[in-house]
Design a protein around this ligand. Sequence first.
Ligand code: MOS
Length: 751
Amino acid sequence: MTAELNLTRDPAHLRHGSNIGQPLTRTDGTLKVTGKARYAADNHPPGMVYAVIATSCIARGRVTALDVAAAKRHPGVIDVMTPAHKPELAEDPDAKGNPFAFRMELLQSDEVRYANQAIAVVIAETLEAATEGAALLSPRYQVEIARVGLDAGEAYAPPVVGIGNPAEVRHGDIDAGLAAASKRIDATYETPAQYHNAMEPHAVVAVWDGDRLFLDTPSQGMAMAQMRIGGLFGVPPGNIHINSPFLGGGFGSKGLVSGPQVLGIMAAKLVGRPVKLVLRRSQMYGPVGHRPQTRQRIRIGTGDDGLLTALDHEARVTTSSFDDFYEPAADASHTLYASPAIRTAHEAVRVDTGTPLFMRAPGEATGSIARESAIDEAAFACGIDPLEFRLKNYAEVEPTTGKPFSSKALRQCYAKAAERFGWARRPLQPRQMRDENGFLVGWGMGTATFPALMFQGNARAVIRADGRGVMESGAHDMGQGAWTALTQISADALALDLGQISFLSGTSDLPDAGIAGGSAHTATVGAAIHNAGAAVIAKLAELATSDERSPLFGAGNAGVVARAGRLHRRDDDARNESYAEILARAGVAEVEASGTGAADPAAQSQYAMHAHGAVFAEVKVDPELGQIRATRLVGAFAAGRIINPLMVQSQLRGGMIWGLSFALHEEAVMDKRSGRILNANLAEYHVPVNADVPPMEVITVDEHDPHVNPLGIKGVGEIGITGSAGAVANAVFHATGIRVRNFPIKIEEVV
Ligand code: MOS
């Protein structure tokens, strides 16, 4: 595989080398499958001790007593960190510096805000001693009644939702649209709290050296973590060195540094030794974020022709009693379907849980299952096939803004997935199909969409005397294969073979790559890498073209093309020179340059940028037992340029499985009396296991998008959930004729 980089900066003229687009297996795959990948908790610096968090078993009230003496008497226990005995912090953990500085529970008081909140930290020579010490604390509480569920308190309008979107958006006149309709749907859907459950729990190994801090801890955003930790401890962010080479999953829960991670750092400061703190699975149900509960009312009006006259999407979401994260559940209704009137609105209710957080497709996932169900209901009310109904109401421009789409190959997604699935044979009426065992068979579909976002990230490129290249960027690989894709982009950016470059990543000592979130990491860091590569090759070209001894002399920057480690004159390919030759003659050891990837405000103001997809699902329902099995899933997605088809397939499959999980499995059940989550473990918090996952097919539809970013990447991390959850739910309706509006759909609701 060789690579070519065209030095012309105009994106319309960009060509790419052959690394982008290859189905490479993970560059870190061997390390992972041989157990050599070192995750945060695998680190054991000399002199390290163990910290274990004692958590609250009440959801609201105060801790009135802790038997610290009993814990300290236990052999091996070194110290017990409590609100009365802890290192001073430079900043109030409840202060709000910016929208991403979420409030944290760092033992600042005896107040309990939610079950599983940290109330003390025991530090000991062994994990066993620390665990036993935590048990010996025998806390006593003053208990207040926990506020639980969507009706826990008075609803209020949040200031903004998501990462700063308006809580209410109006386009056209909803009342007039509904009044003019000949058919109306008015339906209310509920989605449960979900918890991220990354395979690797949050963990930290913290080592202080004076006012420098060395951390092994998983992070989806190391620079933001440095800022937050630096603020809390009063040290410059640059003094904080984070290693986060492998994350073991994140799904948003490692996007912001969490309270337990900071408690591990505090413990290390308190005892003056390296400390390891790892959350138990159950302890992840509280302090590290979750997807909040939603209740969504959707009203749809249609004319006799099946065209929408109004789409009104209202969402009530839960948030914590002490902070402000609001799931933007209704927002995805801005983009998909054309309607003269669209309104989205949010209200919130404060409950006694940890603060919710971004969780894979935050807002889009919760909103999509409700909206795609409602669209299915509207199509059925009109007597129109659900695919035909969606095509009738296809948005040619973004309905709420009127902007053209930067690209939108959704029609092709519908067509390809429907064809593959065999959708044309679907009977319109439900309960018409049975399999050979007498099980009811249903077919449903949903439309997928997720915004094509860009954050800001940086990269540094080096070409060395031997002609090899290095690309550096502190990017984050949650397990999705980002490093692999970024390595491919790096090789093309430097016009070198994969074997001739090193891609360095996974620590905060490298250029800030921004945050791995919003399905935007490959696009953002990829653009930074692309720009850094172009800049370093421009420097190399400058060295050559300004030197009369070079065969490239006088060619000028635009007259040179980089290919396979050589620069060629554009007008005479035979006149060329290797990177190593250019550097040797110039007498320099290396050339280096930096690049940044960021959103283009001009393009963003002009275009609506979204990835799209269509998912078709088959389910079988046992008519006597109500057992539901998904038996087939077909998805087609258009998400701009595909960097690595293997990784992309895997991401989309993972998303679709999460969609299936959303529809049929996943739910955190809270005890209404205690405010504790009853199934805070992977045995009872159901996610699909292999036996639940049906044969799946993922189709990617070619899409060239010259506007989203230099490489035309839209991102694939989250979109897979969004169409799939609704498709499965709609298939259950089609199998049974029963419309379930509370998710996940349960056996007892379909018999
Ligand atoms: Mo994602 S929920 O933006 O990690």
